[in-house]
Write a protein of this length. Structure first.
Lengths: 468, 223
């Protein structure tokens, strides 16, 4: 298959008109039931075709005994039948000219028995001949939120917020974890994709597709290991700086994959090479699932900073220091302000706390006008590329958020602004949510996480500038 | 390459230090000036050619733990020291078919490591890091997948924690980063061109003022 053909078929796979569920079931003990539930509960607007030789109707939808017996074209087949039946299903798909398959069935390359690998290779042959793109085998499926298409066995994915982050994972478990975290944190999702055993759709195929996909703004990849990582590097390099790609790579505890005579060989833990390869290919490396999602959300909300000169504005000294520590460790510069900026701050702030960057705004805590003026002055300083704003709630400053909201909304992320507005449950929650809804702020629970996300934004800024 | 072919024909899985450096030299990677001999009569000519102070090392394809076995003698300053070093080392390695290298003594306290490894998934990868005894202890190294570009090479140097030693410090000049980058690029090219090379270790690569020189090298083969 040519690259264009692959891209077209993957596009069709994610945007079907008619979806067949091969192995659809009425029994909640079968995955075929949960897939049907995902499709129907998710509000899929196209046609759903349950396929089961023993039924005429499943969940109130007329079913077909086989793919062959269905008279109209099918765009996507979700397959949940036992492994030994799958080759026959693939042949039916070929006859029906189905170009997209989500193969949930497990029992292939991932099993101990070498026959699993052989069976998978046999399937790959049919798929190649027929030009079928396959997600899986051994996947939970995929979700295209903007199409209300939940082609997975987890109906709950449908209630995720629609947005710009696409999650692609080698592990179904991590896909679920990432998606659930995103749902809790209000991160808007575009696609959630389980690659499973990667019969013929691997990261190297999904990346170019998502680069062209209008709804995807940021990609998060979870990898454990690749058979041919250079293919992903080539695909990523060709699209360097076009859209952010964040990768989490686990399985780092294994040391080099062979006994080695030289230092270089024994030093080459797989992880170190992946780190270097990611940087070479313009992939942003996240050291945890949490920071990957933080950065993805930051990249959706905030523009990348022009350079790495960061201002830390804090209402309490401690959180400011915590943020500065991480900023510096990650190579960001807590940059001195322009003399004009500093003069204004000095006029507004009595010399009771740190007035240079980081600014401890504690002394004017209860003076909304001064707080607003300080924040605005720093925002306008041309030597500052990004701002971290931190404040914790105290009973006496309850009104603080209300007082700075207008300014933050007016600023509207002209330069990246990441906040840590910390409060006990039930206090400030509405205000923070309202500000987030307008896109004025990206709020994180700790100063360290704000700094890490800012550092990620800066790294992407470098890539984006190089592309321009 | 003839050096590699010869070693493979002899059933070896590594090149000697001298052969390894000859291979590097052919790729225009700077190596120490040195003369290899097993003949006591040639020692005096060799030391006169290299000049004092100099280093003498035993040399054979499978000679490990050279330092621990007293097979590296540094700061040799006259004929008498050179001759006794030669005799003692030849006695120690007489069963190994080893020779002796008479080598210029490179002055410089900044030791780096540059290497190549053939990863089972990525293929040839280039390594840069802090050299000498610190390589093992601190593991302060960075990797890239070959072939690498100059920007990759420069980034690798910035990624190690000890990057400051490449700058002008304590009266020493800044390292010639262009030359270092060139070495890293060439090491990657060797990995792509010579498929029977499994690993390369240049350790230490010493900064002599601003200029890097390969002082010890090991090429491991995968015939």
């Amino acid at each position: 298959m040519s690259e264009t053909e692959i891209n077209n078929n993957i596009t069709a796979l994610f945007n079907p008109e008619t979806v067949a569920v091969i192995g659809a079931s009425e029994s909640p003990r079968k995955l075929g039931y949960h897939v049907m539930k995902s499709l129907t509960d998710g509000g899929f607007e196209g046609r759903i075709v349950p396929v089961n030789p023993g039924s005429t109707e499943i969940m109130g939808i007329p079913s077909s005994p086989s793919i062959d017996a269905f008279p109209d074209p099918i765009d996507l087949a979700i397959v949940v039948v036992p492994a030994q039946v799958v080759p026959k299903i693939f042949e039916e798909c070929e006859r029906k000219a189905i170009k997209g398959v989500v193969l949930i069935t497990a029992g292939f390359k991932e099993i101990d028995d070498p026959s699993g690998d052989q069976q998978q290779m046999a399937l790959a042959k049919i798929a190649l001949k027929a030009g079928i793109m396959v997600l899986g085998p051994n996947t939970f499926g995929m979700v295209n939120l903007h199409k209300n298409l939940n082609a997975s066995f987890t109906p709950d994915f449908s209630s995720a917020k629609k947005g710009g982050v696409s999650l692609v994972s080698q592990s179904g478990g991590v896909s679920h974890l990432l998606a659930f975290m995103a749902m809790r944190q209000g991160v808007g999702l575009s696609k959630v994709v389980g690659l499973g055993n990667r019969l013929n759709v691997d990261f190297a195929e999904i990346l170019p597709y998502l680069m062209e996909d209008a709804e995807t703004k940021v990609m998060v990849f979870y990898l454990e290991g690749l058979d041919d990582p250079r293919r992903l590097m080539t695909a990523a390099k060709a699209n360097k700086g076009k859209k952010p790609v964040i990768a989490i790579k686990t399985g780092n505890s294994k040391t080099g994959d062979k006994a080695s005579l030289s230092h270089t060989g024994s030093m080459a833990g797989n992880h170190k090479i992946y780190e270097g390869a990611f940087r070479q290919a313009g992939i942003l490396h996240a050291d945890s699932i949490e920071s990957a999602l933080d950065l993805a959300q930051a990249l959706v909300i905030c523009p990348p900073p022009k350079d790495n000169r960061i201002a830390v504005l804090t209402a309490q000294a401690g959180p400011g220091i915590a943020a500065c520590d991480v900023c510096e460790a990650m190579g960001l510069e807590i940059h001195p302000f322009k003399p004009e900026t500093q003069a204004i701050i000095n006029k507004l702030l009595p010399p009771l706390a740190i007035r240079t960057n980081p600014v401890d705004m504690g002394p004017v805590w209860l003076d909304p006008l001064s707080i607003n003026n300080i924040i605005e002055t720093v925002m306008e300083d041309s030597t500052i590329d990004g701002i971290i704003l931190l404040t914790t709630y105290a009973s006496a400053n309850l009104e603080l958020l209300a007082n700075i909201s207008d300014l933050l909304i007016k600023w509207n992320q002209r330069k990246p602004l990441i906040t840590c507005l910390a409060s006990p449950p039930g206090v400030w929650d509405r205000e923070v949510a309202d500000l987030e809804k307008t896109g004025a702020i990206f709020n994180l629970p700790t100063p360290e996480r704000t700094a890490k996300a800012m550092a990620g934004l800066c790294s992407y800024g470098v890539l984006a500038r190089e592309r321009d | 390459m003839d050096i590699i072919d010869k070693a493979i024909k002899e059933g070896r899985n590594a090149l000697s230090e001298h052969e390894s450096k000859e291979l590097l030299r052919r790729y225009d990677i700077p190596v120490t000036r040195e003369i290899e001999t097993a003949d006591e009569k040639e020692i005096l000519t060799a030391v006169n050619k290299i000049g004092y102070p100099l280093v003498m090392k035993a040399c054979a394809p499978d000679l490990s733990h050279k330092t621990e076995r007293g097979l590296v003698r540094v700061d040799i300053r006259n004929e008498e020291e050179a001759l006794s070093a030669f005799r003692e080392m030849m006695e120690e390695v007489k069963d190994d078919g080893a020779t002796v290298l008479v080598q210029e003594m490179v002055k410089g306290s900044r030791e780096l490591v540059v290497g190549l490894t053939r990863d089972s998934q990525f293929g040839p990868c280039v390594m840069f890091g802090l050299g000498g005894i610190f390589t093992e202890v601190l593991k302060d190294v960075s990797f890239r997948v070959a072939p690498i570009e100059k920007r990759d090479a420069l980034e690798m140097m910035q990624e190690i924690k000890a990057r400051k030693i490449l700058g002008a410090i304590r009266g020493m000049p800044a390292a010639d980063l262009d030359r270092l980058a060139d070495i890293l690029i060439k090491i990657g090219n060797i990995g792509l061109e010579e498929e029977s090379i499994q690993e390369i270790d240049i350790n230490p690569l010493i900064l002599s003022n601003s200029q890097p020189i390969a002082v010890d090298a090991l090429v491991v083969l995968n015939p």
